[in-house]
Write a protein that binds this ligand. Structure first.
Ligand code: PMV
Length: 318
């Protein structure tokens, strides 16, 4: 039997968003992102060398994946590690793929970690982060676990604090609609950069939100972090709305849940939402408020699936 390596990693949720590329070819982010892993969401990837043909095979949730993105990832990995082997990878997610739950972040991170281990080449985590970033810039983040920074202009991420830095922090994921998104984040970013009236001001203002977010995180101050998060995701979406054709990932229930978070905050409950390239809403809150928030969601949106999770550890490879 041929040797296999298994990697498990959680997707990376950005509290302060990366949106836009400085360098499309090298996938270098134009804005800094600050992120946590979603502990209970897991990508599991098993890789082995493909001894049967001179091509890479990637199977995700039972479907063969074709295309430029995986070719670019595997070719870059081969040239960076100076190897001439091809890979077969089988990956599964215990959550919806390509629906705005950051499946590409955990997907490429798991692939990079598993392939480097399979090659038996001692590779520092920053280098694995760099290899993952070629597949998806957000994939540079989840290997580390805890609270992670991917600076604008950088090709790898770094851990700021371990997952237990803020033990009371929780995340409620509200699944609004699990269909695969119609426009990928890469294409949406290109469209925004090319045509959005607000792209330059989004990039310009995002560094301020990062500084506010970093300060709030240092002091575990949810209200201050929430305000920075809100500015970050709202301005990211403003850049999408001002593109042509405009990009609109939100659905009516996404907006409903945003209003519900506002109402909860008006009532003194710290529920701070954020969204990514898809209709799902993720709510940051404290452990002591989770029952209240989950009950409010159940009352107003009984059909929506919710998952309660917390900041998670980094990748495990075996
Ligand atoms: O790494 P990508 O191409 O999947 O883009 C991620 C973009 C956002 O999820 C919207 C923001 C982020 O920083 O994760």
């Amino acid at each position: 039997m041929s040797k296999t390596v298994k990697c498990r990693v959680s997707p990376s949720l950005a509290l302060i968003k990366y949106w836009g590329k400085l360098d499309l070819e090298r996938n270098i982010p134009a804005t800094s992102s600050l992120a946590i892993n979603l502990k209970d969401l897991i990508t599991e990837t098993v890789v082995e060398f493909n001894e049967e043909s001179e091509k890479d095979i990637m199977i995700l949730d039972g479907e063969i994946q074709e295309g430029f993105r995986y070719n670019k990832f595997f070719n870059n990995l081969r040239s960076a590690l100076k190897i001439n082997k091809f890979f077969k990878a089988v990956s599964t997610n215990n959550f919806p793929s390509s629906a705005g739950l950051a499946s590409s972040s955990s997907g490429f991170a798991a692939l990079a970690a598993a392939c480097t281990k399979l090659c038996d080449i001692d590779t520092p985590i920053q280098k694995i982060s760099e290899l993952a970033l070629i597949g998806s810039a957000s994939a540079a983040r989840p290997l580390f676990g805890g609270f992670v920074l991917l600076p604008a202009g950088s090709s790898h991420a770094q851990q700021l604090y371990p997952a237990d830095h803020w033990p009371e922090l929780r995340i409620i994921i509200v699944e609004i609609d699990n269909k695969k998104k119609k426009i990928s984040s890469t294409n949406a970013m290109a469209q925004v950069k090319k045509s959005s009236a607000f792209y330059a001001s989004w990039v310009d203002s995002s560094e301020r939100q990062l500084l506010q977010g970093l300060k709030a995180l240092k002091h575990c101050d949810l209200e201050k972090l929430g305000i920075a998060m809100q500015k970050s995701y709202m301005r990211m979406f403003a850049s999408m709305l001002a593109a042509y054709p405009p990009i609109l990932y939100w659905l009516p229930d996404s907006i409903g849940v945003i209003h519900l978070c506002r109402k909860l905050r008006d009532d003194g409950i710290s529920a701070w939402e954020t969204m990514d390239a898809g209709p799902q809403v993720k709510i940051l809150c404290l452990k002591s408020d989770t029952d209240l928030i989950l009950n409010a969601l159940k009352t107003e949106y009984p059909k929506l699936k919710t998952t309660l999770t917390s900041p998670g550890p980094g990748a495990t490879v075996e």
